[in-house]
Ligand binder design. Structure first.
Ligand code: AMP
Length: 490
């Protein structure tokens, strides 16, 4: 069994000078603040198993509230502040939070939906009037720590129930794999309502007693300046492409950093190579999802192979299965399934949906992939994004890799669009690099000697931008919706 998050926090707080946030609170201050917040939650009538919905712009207090919830047993439910009041209504009816905490300008909107709401400054003020001491009740490893809603690009967003052991086991695995120590300073510029910024980043710091430079949002100039003090940066691929677009990104600017990590969306091999050429660092790519925490990682010491997400974390098992659920031989492409202490307990109030997504104790991730002879996993895209053209499977990731390799292509997304002859046709959506002039015919011609004919895009669309969510993930469902009638009269 792993050490619980709160037990770890207390161990770290025993060292009075240990810094939690650079230029801000120590671990001792953090523990004291979580005690005051825990007392405030109790005073508001919240207890074990109640849900606390938090929808605020990124700030330090999100982390304190997360930890205060863990101390009390209140289930932490962070929500993207980008959601409108109407979108947030689903979380209120589905999770029935005992309390919603928001920024002051959102209070009226949520109250109109019938929620019990307090604004964050008021809650923090109430906590300031409380004592630091808090008698922590006993918690079990299987108790719920948090519910995170999936981004829900298709259908209703589902509440992912994560236990204390899910978080603790993953934190311990990552700290040892990525060699975190108390000497580390993590540059944190990710959102904190998502598993990446909330759990991966925060818990790696907390479990190793490291410090964090906590930035409210990703701004290349501020990030580049802070890299002079940081030893680790975690980012989504768009962080890396945006930093590469800045001339101030140099070998010198990154000399203090020991590790750059990327995840949450595919990092293109071209970005990986460009980053290495400019800075001398090989970005370490890892793979995970809200339901499973982190699943695989490229090695710290061995080769960090671009276009792959590495091997399963210690204690985590991965297998690749075929359409009938049979385990496929090494090298074959199929459905990625995962098992281990990292895998969630189920979808909130959706036992049937949960049962559908598990096969003999293995969670069916919905991603397609293949494992090579050295054990490296490659992601071939979401199963629902697989294109079946003329009866043949086309893995979007393979076509995207070929496109990204072409000069002048900055980003690509490959989708399937209904086609009268082929069932579905492969369509490529491209964004050109600054100053490049791409043409549909030239792209198709360049792909001809790289890809089999059935994988060639029937159309290449050159767009100003690709639709992305807050984590930089391309929203393929949006693209499919926009171009669904592209071949209607073909
Ligand atoms: P989320 O639950 O929002 O974190 O989304 C999880 C999904 O993001 C996974 O199921 C993958 O489809 C995708 N994903 C995460 N990390 C990677 C990665 N390194 N490469 C490709 N896709 C990734």
């Amino acid at each position: 069994m792993s050490t619980d998050v709160i037990a770890r926090l207390k161990q770290m707080a025993a060292d009075p000078g240990r810094v939690w946030l650079v230029g801000g609170p120590t671990y001792g201050d953090l523990l004291a603040q979580t005690g005051r917040l825990a007392n405030a939650l109790l005073a508001l009538g919240l207890g074990k198993g109640d849900r606390l919905l938090l929808q605020v712009e990124k700030c330090e207090a999100v982390l304190s509230l997360y930890l205060a919830c863990l101390r009390t047993g209140v289930i932490f439910l962070p929500v993207n502040p980008g959601y409108t009041v109407a979108e947030t209504a689903h979380f209120l009816t589905d999770a029935e939070p005992a309390l919603s905490v928001t920024d002051p300008d959102r209070v009226a909107g949520l109250r109109a939906l019938g929620a019990r709401v307090v604004d964050l400054p008021a809650l923090l003020e109430q906590a300031d009037g409380q004592g630091n001491a808090y008698g922590d009740p006993a918690h079990g490893p299987d108790d719920l720590a948090a519910i995170l809603y999936t981004s829900g690009t298709t259908g209703r967003s589902k509440g992912v129930m994560l236990t204390r052991e899910n978080l603790a086991s993953n934190a311990e695995a990552l700290v040892s794999l990525w060699r975190f120590t108390s000497a580390d300073v993590l540059l944190h510029a990710l959102p904190v309502f998502h598993t990446h910024g909330l759990f991966v980043a925060t818990n790696c710091v907390l479990y190793s007693g490291a410090s964090m430079i906590f930035q409210r949002s990703f701004q290349p100039a501020a990030v580049l300046e802070a890299l002079a003090q940081a030893t680790v940066m975690m980012g989504v691929p768009t962080f890396y492409t945006r930093l590469l677009a800045d001339a101030r990104l140099t070998r010198d600017a990154t000399a203090h950093v020991r590790l750059f990590i990327s995840g949450s969306a595919p990092l293109s091999p071209a970005t990986h190579a460009e980053w290495q050429a400019r800075t001398g660092h090989a970005i370490l790519e890892r793979y995970g999802m809200t339901e499973t925490n982190m699943i695989t990682s490229n090695p710290y010491d061995g080769a960090r192979r671009a276009g792959t997400v590495g091997m399963p974390l210690p204690g985590v098992d991965v297998r690749i299965t075929g359409p009938d659920g049979q385990v496929l031989p090494q090298g074959e492409a199929g459905s990625i399934e995962v098992r281990g202490p990292n895998v969630f307990k189920g979808y909130w109030r959706l036992p049937e949906k949960t049962a559908e997504e598990f096969r003999d104790g293995w969670f069916v991730t919905g991603d397609m992939g293949a494992i090579d002879a050295q054990g490296y996993l490659s992601i071939l895209g979401r199963a629902k994004d697989l294109v079946i053209s003329g009866g043949l499977n086309v893995y979007p990731a393979e076509v995207e890799a070929a496109l990204d390799d072409l000069p002048g292509v900055a980003a690509s997304a490959v989708i399937g669009v209904p086609h009268p002859d082929f069932g579905e046709a492969v369509v490529a959506c491209l964004v050109s690099a600054k100053g490049a002039l791409l043409s549909e015919d030239a792209i198709r011609a360049a792909l001809r000697d790289r890809l089999a004919a059935f994988k060639l895009p029937k159309r290449v669309l050159i767009l100003d931008d690709l639709p992305r969510n807050a984590m930089g993930k391309v929203q393929k469902a949006d693209l499919r919706r926009i171009y669904r009638t592209l071949f209607a009269s073909a």
